[in-house]
Write a new protein. Structure first.
Length: 340
């Protein structure tokens, strides 16, 4: 993106200004020309015009307020497909986001929705956002899935440091199914020089077993650290048989039917919600070993990483429900969200 530039224009006045007003405007116009066109700092403008530094700042501000300055931000034509600032700003305004990042790469064009390689482009952008935002004292929580594996792969070495990386949801499966949790923990610990905190439990268990597990000191500590993490990064799952929860045998077709009847369109950490963002108070809530959705909503550093048509409704529900303060998605997802 090119640097913002300005053009100084003559004021549009319906009547001839008084001599004093003319001089004030002339000085404001001169200050704006030096600042915007000649690239001087406000301190240098003050020296050139023989005024104080605060006066120089007021003159530049007045020139802009009086319509003497027009600022334009332009994207070079050859970068228009790669830089999606219009969509990013629109998403931020529509969903009250701190920041949105839109990637030109298409998740669906890259491969199957359940493979982390399909999220490579989105993952790299999310990793860049993460290292720019995270602090060395922060705890980073994550839910498992192809999106977070892609983010972990995209983390550069030595670009940022955090204190701890913690699982936000259980990942132990009864079958030989790879959730990617160990990879994310190990990769983030190495690239961010962080300690790791595992949640060594299945995603779902019988209600009585969940009560017992939550009483364990190791498990309860992991859950508490996860609930209060300063930054959280997660993907969404759709309510269908083509999701990681179904393929990992965490859910079956009967439960999917129940969830569909309850209006569920997506899940984060095995906890389901509707298109309007409200939580589904279904049979899985008391069986879930993961941080509650309200804790994700309360996190000021929550990042949703998503893409692919199969997850569009899940992404919309998550944004409607205030689960994300930041969003990283592909261009097709961005357009779809803005069309709703």
């Amino acid at each position: 993106m090119t640097s913002p530039h300005a053009t100084a224009q003559s004021p549009s006045l319906t009547a001839a200004p008084s001599p004093s007003t003319t001089e004030d405007l002339r000085l404001a116009l001169r200050a704006a020309t030096l600042y915007y066109l000649d690239g001087l700092t406000q301190a240098e403008v003050a020296t050139r015009l023989g005024v104080s530094r605060p006066t120089a700042g007021r003159l530049v501000a007045r020139a802009k307020a009086q319509g003497l300055v027009r600022i334009e931000v332009q994207v070079p034509a050859h970068l228009s497909d790669a830089l999606r600032s219009d969509e990013e700003r629109a998403l931020e305004e529509r969903f009250n986001l701190v920041e949105a990042v839109v990637v030109a790469d298409s998740v669906d064009a890259a491969g199957p929705i359940d493979e982390h390689g399909s999220f490579a482009g989105v993952g790299r952008s999310a990793a860049s956002l993460l290292v720019r935002r995270i602090r060395d004292t922060d705890t980073l929580g994550f839910t498992w899935g192809p999106e977070t594996v892609a983010v972990a792969q995209g983390l550069p070495s030595g670009a940022a440091v955090c204190a701890t990386v913690v699982q936000l949801d259980g990942s132990v499966s009864a079958i030989n199914y790879q959730t990617g949790t160990e990879y994310v923990l190990g990769r983030c610990a190495e690239q961010l020089q962080a300690n790791t905190l595992r949640l060594p439990v299945p995603l779902y268990a019988d209600a009585s077993t969940v009560v017992s597990m939550r009483g364990d000191s190791v498990i309860s500590k992991a859950l508490e650290v996860g609930r209060t993490a300063e930054m959280m990064i997660f993907g969404t799952g759709a309510v269908s048989t083509s999701t990681t929860l179904f393929e990992g045998s965490f859910l079956d077709t009967d439960m999917l039917s129940v969830l569909t009847d309850l209006g569920a369109v997506g899940e984060v950490g095995g906890r389901f919600y509707r298109l309007d963002g409200t939580d589904v108070d279904g049979p899985l809530n008391e069986r879930a070993m993961s941080v509650p959705l309200d804790d994700i909503r309360a996190c000021e550093g929550s990042i949703l990483v998503t893409g692919g048509a199969a997850k569009h409704q899940a992404a919309l529900g998550a944004l409607n429900g205030g689960l994300a303060k930041m969003l990283v998605c592909d261009i097709e997802c961005a357009r779809w969200l803005l069309d709703q």
